[in-house]
Design a binder for this molecule. Structure first.
Ligand code: ATP
Ligand code: MG
Ligand code: MG
Ligand code: MG
Length: 480
């Protein structure tokens, strides 16, 4: 079987031959022209139907959404926009579009809001927009593997169920095999996790990093790429409860190597999408331009989607220390005039996304890598700098997105790590296996985490993270 993408690409091979094609109907015009699609490409294959040659019954069943098997001859097309079309000789209805539901189907060629489409698990995949988004998402995932494979990283899988809750306190989803109507309790009345499946309290992973570090201490260069879970109470356009995280970890790398790796990686993936998703990007670019038209002058993007991707690749990311960034923010007109929801008053405050976006979109006008954050606002495993105040952390900030990557050089010194764990109330005993990596030939190392969906948001020009994952999980939303 050939997909429509293959047929359109290699049409010269089948010109003037009879072929069999499969797909569903996008539109059926004038009882004569079917625009057939099969998901392989945004482009439709035109089928010409001479209705005198077919049963009325068959013709009456062809409507938007019905799925068909068609045998016909490939001929050069007279119409604009396509090189070839198929003159149908045989049409088999594989799946009717139930007549009574026809008028209700969201596949009618009119524009639907993204909110409406989000409620339609099945039909969403058949729209041009989501077809394009999910094909691009696929290309992004493929490019992730390709980049790391080219650079001699090993793909490893870290557990989805973890026994450690050192990170993400309050954000973790517990895992249990207890009957929730009959939870065993100890003498004090506390839940008796010793009787649970794993004999202890377990959670869904919030990051594969600690396990990833452990693996990198033996394999050198590794990356994980798996589902990650956070019970985010923030109902934002940038957070999902279930998202896919890419986490490389590299032995012997320091913070600067780590920033270089993040920049090379992001540019590689974006270049891959530009090179391999032309039709879908053209469609998304047009949609992006249309969205801009309705906006106020000041909110309008300065560049088109494709142009934006090309510009990000062309320039070196701006590298700025947290301390410099705070100076810039404190002295900004926005801060002085009280334009920020959270005014920046002193060194040490955590940056909010409005601050990150100011730096990227207004001040530097390019992706920014912030590094050397105050130790108090970053995780325990980040390397303590000589100033004793900052850690070797880095966040990559992208226009329209804010934080796309968070990473650091890790603290490789056992005594310093233990000291930091004590200060930050992280239980040493629970992480004995992690501490072991610092006992037997500790290795300097660094790594980062990228939320796949944030990168897909960026390359597709979509604005809500729910629209770039096939089945979004957000608060009060796990219907399908
Ligand atoms: P944020 O500040 O946006 O909440 P974070 O600092 O909590 O992100 P990290 O723990 O640094 O996130 O995770 C690494 C990366 O994973 C982030 O840079 C981001 O790209 C992505 N990420 C984090 N949380 C989510 C989420 N809830 N949904 C989607 N992607 C996420
Ligand atoms: Mg967060
Ligand atoms: Mg953050
Ligand atoms: Mg972060």
């Amino acid at each position: 079987k050939q997909t429509i993408k293959e047929i359109l690409q290699d049409y010269k091979k089948v010109l003037h031959h009879d072929i069999t094609v499969y797909g569903w109907v996008r539109t059926f015009r004038a009882n004569r022209f079917i625009a057939l699609n099969d998901g392989s490409t945004i482009n439709n294959l035109q089928i010409v139907v001479d209705f005198e040659n077919f049963d009325e019954e068959i013709i009456s069943k062809i409507s938007t959404a019905s799925s068909l098997k068609i045998v016909g001859e490939v001929v050069e097309s007279q119409g604009a926009g396509q090189a070839v079309e198929i003159v149908a000789k045989k049409i088999i209805i594989l799946g009717d579009n139930f007549t009574e539901e026809r008028d209700k189907t969201i596949l009618q060629p009119k524009k639907h809001s993204l909110e409406t489409l989000r409620d339609q698990a099945h039909l969403r995949f058949r729209t041009n927009l989501f077809g394009a988004v999910f094909r691009v998402r696929h290309a992004v995932s493929f490019a992730v593997h390709s980049f790391f494979n080219k650079n001699q990283f090993f793909y490893i899988n870290t557990p989805v169920i973890t026994g450690a809750d050192a990170e993400g306190a309050g954000e973790m989803f517990g895992v249990t095999n207890f009957d929730l109507n009959n939870i065993p309790r100890d003498e004090q009345g506390d839940i008796d996790f010793a009787q649970d499946f794993f004999g202890k309290k377990t959670n869904l992973t919030v990051s594969g990093q600690l396990e990833g570090e452990t693996a990198a201490m033996g394999l050198g260069r590794i990356y994980t790429f798996g589902p990650t879970f956070r019970a985010e109470n923030s109902n934002t356009t940038r957070h999902l409860a279930e998202f896919w995280m890419v986490e490389p970890e590299v032995a012997f790398n320091n913070l600067e190597d780590n920033i270089d790796l993040a920049e090379d990686f992001l540019k590689y993936v974006i270049q891959y999408v530009l090179d391999n998703c032309k039709d879908d990007l053209d469609f998304l670019d047009k949609r992006f331009a249309e969205e801009q038209k309705g906006k106020a002058e000041k909110d309008r993007a300065k560049e088109g989607l494709i142009e934006k991707l090309q510009n990000v690749i062309a320039k070196r990311f701006k590298r700025v220390s947290y301390t410099e960034a705070i100076e810039i923010l404190m002295n900004s007109k926005e801060n002085k005039k009280g334009k920020f929801q959270y005014p920046v008053e002193n060194w040490g405050t955590d940056l909010q996304s409005e601050h990150e976006r100011f730096l990227v979109e207004k001040h530097f006008e390019c992706p920014v890598v912030l590094f050397d954050y105050p130790k108090e606002i970053k995780a325990f495993y980040m390397k303590l700098n000589d100033d004793n105040k900052t850690v070797a952390a880095m966040d990559v900030l992208f226009p329209g997105i804010g934080e796309i990557i968070g990473g650091s050089e890790r603290e490789a010194r056992l005594d310093v790590l233990k000291q930091k764990m004590a200060e930050m109330h992280v239980d040493e005993h629970e992480l004995w296996w992690y501490l072991d990596t610092r006992k037997f030939g500790s290795v300097p190392h660094a790594g980062f985490g990228l939320g796949l969906e944030r990168l897909v948001l960026f390359v597709t020009g979509m604005t809500n993270i729910r629209d770039v994952i096939p089945f979004p999980r957000t608060p009060k939303n796990a219907e399908f």
